[in-house]
Design a protein around this ligand. Structure first.
Ligand code: NAD
Length: 265
């Protein structure tokens, strides 16, 4: 442990992961936060995946609670805040990791149902969670929120709803940063590029009916550095933004993408 987050209470929303060979962004972030000494409330709708993350961090010596909740439920934000306050009495870090792209398509093919689902999960639920946590942080006079966006928000791509939802997260992040700066709350976004996670590679490969390794190779070719990132790259950026090393950083949308977004635009 390096203790960069020593005794900070961190809520990680989307701390489970889909099964697969690699590690997902949420679980990797939970592990890195634990290594840095954070106290964790782990949140996910998938009880098994969440339980596995909880088991891993507790076995590594972390103090952690977990909560099974679907973040689109009306009462999810209040339930998350109540669970964090009951377990630890405060919230120092809110890390919003959940993101989906189910049914996404180019604008002319996108259905109302897919648009509504993606916007609901990726943007509306994230905003509602921030809205519930911010009064706690304002009362404390301190707090950090990190939202997981995507370079899809700033790069050309054929999918519409995912891009709109992530662009909304970037805009919301800046808005929250400005309106909460005087309250000691920092709000930033991480824009992952092509990351080798089960959701990013295994699910995407099976959705388009190709082999995982074929898709992984294609994704690697699209990155200037010549390889995909790992969830540890995202998690390490999240540790930095949550720590005092980033004390003067707010309103930033930080790409973690091997140079991919630098090549566009
Ligand atoms: N993998 C990539 O290449 C990539 C690229 C850019 C951005 N991202 C973003 O990174 C984040 C994590 O992606 P990942 O691939 O590492 O996934 P992950 O392995 O971190 O899994 C996300 C978790 O979110 C949970 N979840 C989904 N919907 C939920 C809901 N309604 N309520 C509660 N929990 C819910 C899932 O159960 C899963 O455990 C997402 O926001 C994604 O958009 C990923």
């Amino acid at each position: 442990m390096n203790n960069r987050l020593h005794s900070r209470v961190a809520v990680i929303v989307g701390a489970g992961q889909q099964a697969g060979e690699t590690i997902g962004n949420g679980r990797a972030t939970a592990i890195r936060f634990a290594e840095e000494g954070a106290l964790l409330l782990l949140v996910d709708r998938d009880a098994n995946a969440l339980g596995e993350t909880h088991r891993v961090v507790v076995e590594a010596g972390a103090i952690a609670a977990h909560l099974v909740v679907d973040i689109t439920a009306d009462d999810a934000p209040d339930t998350i805040v109540a669970a964090a306050l009951e377990a630890f009495g405060r919230i120092d870090v809110l890390h919003n990791n959940v993101g989906i792209g189910v049914g996404d398509a180019p604008p002319d093919k996108l259905t109302d149902e897919a648009f509504d689902l993606i916007m609901d999960v990726n943007l509306r639920a994230l905003w509602r969670t921030c809205r519930a946590v911010i009064p706690v942080m304002r009362q404390q006079g301190s707090g950090v929120i990190t939202n997981i966006s995507s370079i899809a928000s700033v790069t050309a791509n054929h999918i519409a709803a995912y891009r709109m939802s992530k662009a909304g997260i970037d805009a919301l992040t800046k808005n929250l940063a400005i309106t909460n700066a005087k309250h000691g709350i920092r709000v930033n976004a991480i824009l992952p590029g092509l990351i080798d996670t089960p959701l990013g590679v295994d699910s995407a490969a099976s959705a388009i009916g190709i082999d995982r390794d074929v898709l992984a190779a294609r994704r690697a070719e699209a990155v200037p550095m010549g390889h995909q990132g790992t969830a540890w790259d995202v998690a390490n950026a999240a540790v930095f933004l949550a720590s005092d090393e980033a004390a003067f950083i707010t309103g930033v949308c930080l790409p973690v993408d091997g140079g991919q977004s630098a090549r566009v635009g």
